[in-house]
Every structure is written in C-alpha cells, then in structure tokens.
Write a protein that binds this ligand. Structure first.
Ligand code: AR6
Length: 180
C-alpha cells in the first residue's frame, strides 16, 4: 500500500519525508551519501553515478581530492533532473563520541553548499545508515534536528525532502519527525 508523505512546516520552510528513489528527484539539489575518496561505490552513491552518467565523476576528479568525513562537495548533476549533486561524507559508525557531530556536520555542510549555490529545494538520502551502519533511530533524529535548526537560520530554503528507500528507515524518520 502506498504511504502518505509526511511533512512539517518550520517557519516558512517545509520538511518532507517520502519513500522513493532519490535519483528521480526534481529538487534543485540532491545529496549523495559519498565516501571520503569520492570514488563512487554502492548504495545511493552507486545509484546517483549510474543514473547521472560519467560527467559527475569527471567533475569530482577534476575539482577535488577527496572530502573529509563530515564535509561535503558539490558537482553538477549530469543526466539527473536536479541541478546539483551535493556529495556528503557521513561517518562510518563506530560508537565513538564524535560520530554524532560528524553526521550533524555532513548535513550542515551540505545545506551550506546548497545556500551558497542558491538551491532552494534539496533532497537528502538517509546518510550513514546503510553500509556505514549508523543506528537508524539516532541517525534519523540527528538528520531532522539538524535540518530544523538550519531552517531557523536560513529561511530562504523552501524545502528539504528526505527521500527514503525502505519502509524500516521511513518508519524511523516518521518517528523522529514527530519528536522534533
Ligand atoms: N534513493 C534513496 N536512498 C537510497 C537509494 C536511492 N536510490 N539507494 C540506497 N538508498 P548507503 P552510507 C539508501 O549505504 O551508509 C557507498 O558505497 C539506503 O537504503 O548508500 O552513508 C558510498 O560510496 C540507505 O537507507 O550510504 C560509501 O562508501 C541510505 O540510502 C558508503 O556506501 C544510505 O545507505 C556510504 O554509506
């Protein structure tokens, strides 16, 4: 059964949850859950590079030499409908004290890049909760709280949409959305 989208207004901005494939998004920017060598990989990273075509990787190779954990870089979006791909590097979960700060920073730095490039609508995947093993409920709360706090500083962002790939992750984000 298809799920209804969930949404919350924060000031003049909107935070939305949908179940789907982020490569199909029509937002100004989509975020990618990349790794620090920006080498591509599996999961959402693989899907974005496959759907967007080789120009995304060419651009990354030409402009950057990797990206530290917690940071983000931006590229064009090749064949995707979005204008930009923001490649964010979340932490590989290890139960360290700094993991939460690094995940927060990955979202914040992505939003900074979006604002700098005048992207007003941004789609995010659930960074770090796939291959990188970040516990879902904790990661969902960090993701949504970070976006909420950022909206308060940057009301020019119109929409952040979390595009979630599976039901279990979606349920965790719905629960987190009720808490924030
Ligand atoms: N649209 C939206 N979400 C997706 C899609 C999609 N098309 N495909 C997968 N997801 P992961 P991470 C979800 O593993 O944990 C890569 O190899 C997925 O179900 O992609 O940050 C990179 O190169 C999960 O909920 O990212 C890095 O090496 C979420 O996206 C490493 O994995 C994130 O899962 C990064 O690991």
């Amino acid at each position: 059964m298809p799920r209804l989208p969930a949404a919350k207004s924060i000031g003049s901005s909107k935070l939305e949850l949908v179940l789907g494939d982020i490569t199909k998004e029509t937002t100004d920017a989509i975020a990618n859950a990349a790794n620090s060598s920006l080498a591509g990989g599996g999961g959402v990273d693989g899907a974005i590079h496959r759907a967007g075509g080789p120009t995304i990787m060419e651009e990354l190779r030409g402009r950057y030499h990797g990206c530290p954990t917690g940071q983000a870089v931006i590229s064009g979006a090749g064949k995707l409908k979005a204008k930009y791909v923001i490649h964010a590097v979340g932490p590989r979960y290890a139960g360290r004290q700094q993991d939460a700060g690094l995940l927060t920073a990955a979202y914040q730095n992505s939003l900074e890049l979006a604002v700098k490039h005048k992207a007003k609508t941004i789609a995010f995947p659930s960074i770090s909760t796939g291959v990188y093993g970040y516990p879902l409920e904790e990661a969902a709360l960090i993701a949504l709280q970070t976006v909420r706090d950022y909206f308060l500083k940057h009301p020019e962002i119109e929409l952040v949409r979390f595009v979630i790939f599976d039901e279990l992750t979606y349920a965790a984000y719905q629960k987190a959305l009720e808490k924030i």
